[in-house]
Write a protein that binds this ligand. Sequence first.
Ligand code: GCU
Length: 660
Amino acid sequence: MPLPVPVLPEGVDPAWLPPAAFRSVGGRRTLIRGSGPLVETVHGEVAEACQRFGGRVVRDAVPDGAYDLVLDLGGDDLDAEGFAAVREGGTTTVTASGGRGLLYGLFHVVRLGEAAFTGGWAREVHRPALALRMLDHWDNVAVHPVMGQVERGYAGGSLFWEDGRARRELERVRAYGRLLAACGINAISVNNVNVHAAEARLLTDRIGEVAEIAEALRPYGIRTHLSVSFAAPITLGGLPTADPLDETVRGWWAEATRRVYEAIPDFGGYVVKADSEGQPGPFAYGRSHAEGANLLAAALEPFGGTVHWRAFVYDHRQDWRDRTTDRARAAYDHFVPLDGEFADHAVLQVKHGPMDFQVREPVSPLIGAMPRTRLAVELQVTQEYTGQQRHTCWLGPMWSEVLRFRIQQGSTVGESARGGLVAVSNVGDDPFWTGHPLAQANLYTFGRLAWQPDADPGAVLDEWIALTFPDAPARLADGLHAVLDGSWRTYEKYTAPLGVGFMVQPGHHYGPSVEGYEYSPWGTYHFADRDGIGVERGVTGGTGFAGQYGTPWAELYESPKTCPDELLLFFHHVPYGHVLKSGTTVVQHIYDTHFEGVEEVEEARAVWASLAGLVDPARHARVTERYEEQLRSAREWRDQVNSYFFRASGVPDERGRRIH
Ligand code: GCU
């Protein structure tokens, strides 16, 4: 039986799957061959499109000239997720050897639109570069007194949880799974990495609630994972210890995991934040993080699951007076000595930068330094430090730079991420899913880059535009591209300069506060004084962080002469008069970029205003309102940052602009 396409609740935006995106497929004669649950999903998709656009769909006949599109499961050896597509003799044929592959093949045809049925073209094989393409939801089950329902969530409540209970709006969860599948995502973790009391119980007596979500997502090829607490044997099991080498602890995890698989046979595995920002971990028992991770890997292995063990381990109670401790070093220092010690079913999940999802960071040197460990790279789609979905900030170019960066022995970050690409989701129960309607582009782009890390992000953006606005006149498509394409660099211009990071308001992290974290325990300092700014991270005279890179990066970052401008203050403390490669001084660069950044927001806002009438009124109004806030906030950033550095340095703007 074909699986009906999920019905969106009234008022919920179809995002990149509006009915019109299926026009080309829906007007054609399609033959579907094969069996299995995902084939029923594919059938349901095509049947719905045909009903709307007058085509027809047949199952399991012999392919002959009577069909425009054949979706054929079986035959080709393309792994579970790959597919091949060819067009000859007036028929487009997609073959796959797994249900997911067939579903991805269908969405490929949808993306191609009329081009899928035009002319003839040679057989192309498509396979995801990374087997795991995952979203981590930082959703709490109970509302957390400080972090709320969704930690760092800017799109309303959680799709899964509300005020301590499961929401059970499974039709919407299904619709979510469908959107994720259409951009290639195949795994999701349904609760926050900071596992509080109510959330901990999802592992045990509340696993049934997770199973319901898993069931809703399964028809779209998405496996469900769970964040768990390392202390669960104590807090849930009543044991006196959570020591990873203790036999009763091992037995407890084995049994708990067996029950999880009883409820969710295709369960993906665990996500663990241990010894990080107050979460429990193996350090309490004098054990290593490999011993901690391997405990869970051993419990998951018999069922084919994986533990995603996060490398975000650093001292969050640092003394700001102590200039020798460098948070940027921490992940490397903790984990590199453990290379080769992690079990097969453990993946070490590393944030893409050494600090914490800033608008500009170097790539984490850990990614190039653990060749004998399966690493997953973690990005942040939720815009904690990039405008919190009030600012338009499309992160495609940043992620693409990270993924294409050659970190070790000729391998890019994308190639080194053998354990997959993971991102913190930006989705909530908001009618536009992501609060800011244009932030949908970030989620879509993440999925597509996880499928193909070396894809051209600009092309992915255009794909998102074409799907989301299927009948867009050129002026609309161009306008959307214009406001999104450079928006990350615009954001960078009016916020913390030259890779130095932070300068945000403490706690919620929205808006400027130049010294907000300067005298805090979090290890996020810029050391600005009357003479200069930046963190000295060279091997000579610095914290030695630059030495964690291999060739050529260690040498390049070591000297302010060779360090790229955009990372200069991440690696070096320099005088305000230091001349950048661009020819301007550091302080003048700060002034210039902050004025420019605000001007660019003004321009983008004007472009958006000119699109009124081409975009549906609700979406247009929502984005307009966000641009007002973005402009207000950008001006605040400009004025605080410029005034701070003018007062600190005493150096006037060479162009005489107004600095307060
Ligand atoms: C950031 C974020 C936290 C989050 C943490 C993490 O520090 O502000 O809310 O818990 O990252 O990735 O674990």
